[in-house]
Write a protein that binds this ligand. Structure first.
Ligand code: PLP
Length: 426
């Protein structure tokens, strides 16, 4: 049972007791800025910058020779990063690789596993997943000559916030071939019981893939227990690997001999790749699902920041994340509910991810006012202010100040100084 207090002294005491407090200095935190958007694009770290500059220096020094130095470390950089990432989800080191982006990795997963028959041809999805996942699913269905209206089975969310796990399981009918779901819903932060859902899918002979974009780096997963068929994620949110950083891909070792849906020469066995034969002979591990040349500059920052995550440990990160989000919810309830704010995410620890979904009818203009106070939130339609107190670089004092600012903005109607016209991205 967590006990919180409303005063600033309490927040400062929590920071002193925080076992992750020392890590904060490794991130590039701007003075007087409160960064609450790590669930969209994580902050830069000194470690990420150093790793990137190191690769630029290697390129300058070695030219094409960069692929051979240090026992081909950079040619095999996806193995180095896959091994480190595997520890965050308790997978085998060779079940994980990094490549392209989440969207293409969804295409890779589905095109590998989706072989519809007249009886089993549907892909099951939820109503609240991020649009790119749906676009990918719909286009994969169309590539098979099917109509998404028939072949994509959507589990609805009656309240537009949460998805019922029972409804997902009830939806696993005999005509479902594959399931794609998010581990944590991007708006409401609902965390699905991946082990239960995966078990139920497998009992019915259904392939299941997970999108971990909103849980990787915030929640430790145990893939040896969950045992999904494949998973994808981006590394630029909680993992802070930089804008457009390379994506993550997991494939269960039981599927290593399957033919990759999208083949490319970097998926070929390393020993024969440069024989440049026209017969594709893929690596019998996750790296067999690689396609083209590795983008080293979008990979290097990931190595730097992963070192911080592995040193800190996912268990400590989740523990602080749950505590600091609980503290934020406590302050919201104590101080903000009376001003029209409400909490849209589940409250139980086992059902929520790393951000708080704060709702208000003036959410968009409140976000604009927050930025004027040097607080970086993120807005999601129609009325959600997403607030992610990322465990490694957000302090309890930041959260205390944030709530005070949210109060001021509404009490003084500061949001009325802003229009509701949207910018391109945030
Ligand atoms: C659940 C989910 N999937 C995918 C993406 C983005 O995919 P990509 O990395 O291909 O841009 C996001 C981005 O916010 C997301 O929230």
């Amino acid at each position: 049972m967590r006990v919180f207090k409303t005063g600033l002294e309490f927040a400062r005491k929590k920071d002193q007791e925080d076992v992750l407090n020392h890590v904060r200095d490794r991130f590039c935190i701007k003075e007087n800025e409160i960064y609450m958007d790590g669930n969209s694009l994580g902050l830069c770290s000194k470690d990420a910058k150093k790793a990137l500059y190191q690769v630029v220096d290697m390129w300058e020094e070695h030219g094409i020779g960069i692929w051979d130095v240090e026992d081909s470390r950079y040619f095999l950089y996806q193995n180095v990063l896959g091994e480190k990432l595997a520890k965050l989800i308790n997978a085998e080191p060779d079940e994980v690789t990094v490549m392209t982006n989440t969207t293409i990795n969804i295409h890779q997963g589905i095109s590998t596993f989706y072989h519809p028959t007249p009886d089993r041809y549907k892909i099951l999805v939820d109503d609240l997943n991020f649009p790119t996942d749906r676009y990918a699913v719909d286009s994969q269905v169309k590539l098979k000559g099917l109509d998404p209206k028939d072949a994509v089975k959507v589990i609805p969310s009656p309240d537009r916030r949460l998805i019922s796990e029972d409804a997902i399981i009830e939806g696993m009918t005999d005509d479902v071939a594959l399931i794609l779901l998010p581990s944590v819903l991007y708006r409401s932060a609902q965390l699905l019981d991946m082990e239960r859902i995966t078990d139920e899918a497998h009992k019915r002979g259904i392939i299941i893939g997970w999108d971990l974009c909103h849980s990787i780096g915030a929640i430790p997963h145990d893939f040896k227990k969950i045992n999904p068929d494949f998973a994808v994620w981006c590394n630029y949110k909680y993992l802070s690997a930089g804008p457009g950083a390379i994506g993550g891909f997991y494939i269960n070792k039981k599927h290593f001999t399957k033919e990759p849906g999208l083949a490319g020469w970097h998926g070929n066995k390393n020993e024969t790749q440069f024989q440049l034969r026209h017969e594709f002979d893929h690596e019998l591990n996750a790296h067999g699902w690689q396609t083209g040349t590795q983008p080293l500059f979008s990979m290097a920052p990931l190595e730097g920041v992963l070192n911080i995550y592995l040193e800190a440990g996912m268990e400590s990160i989740r523990e602080k994340s749950l505590d600091i989000t609980a503290y934020l919810m406590y302050l919201i309830e104590e101080k903000l509910i009376k001003y029209g704010y409400s909490i849209g995410n589940p409250r139980e620890d086992r059902k929520r991810g790393g951000h708080v979904c704060l709702e208000h009818e003036e959410a968009y203009r409140i976000c604009k006012a927050l930025k004027q106070h040097k607080v970086i939130p993120d807005f999601r339609e129609p009325n959600v202010i997403r607030l992610a107190p990322v465990a490694l670089y957000v302090s309890y004092e930041d959260v205390y100040k944030l709530v005070h600012i949210l109060e001021e903005i509404v009490v003084n109607k500061e949001y009325e100084n802003f229009g509701s016209e949207r910018t391109l991205v945030v």
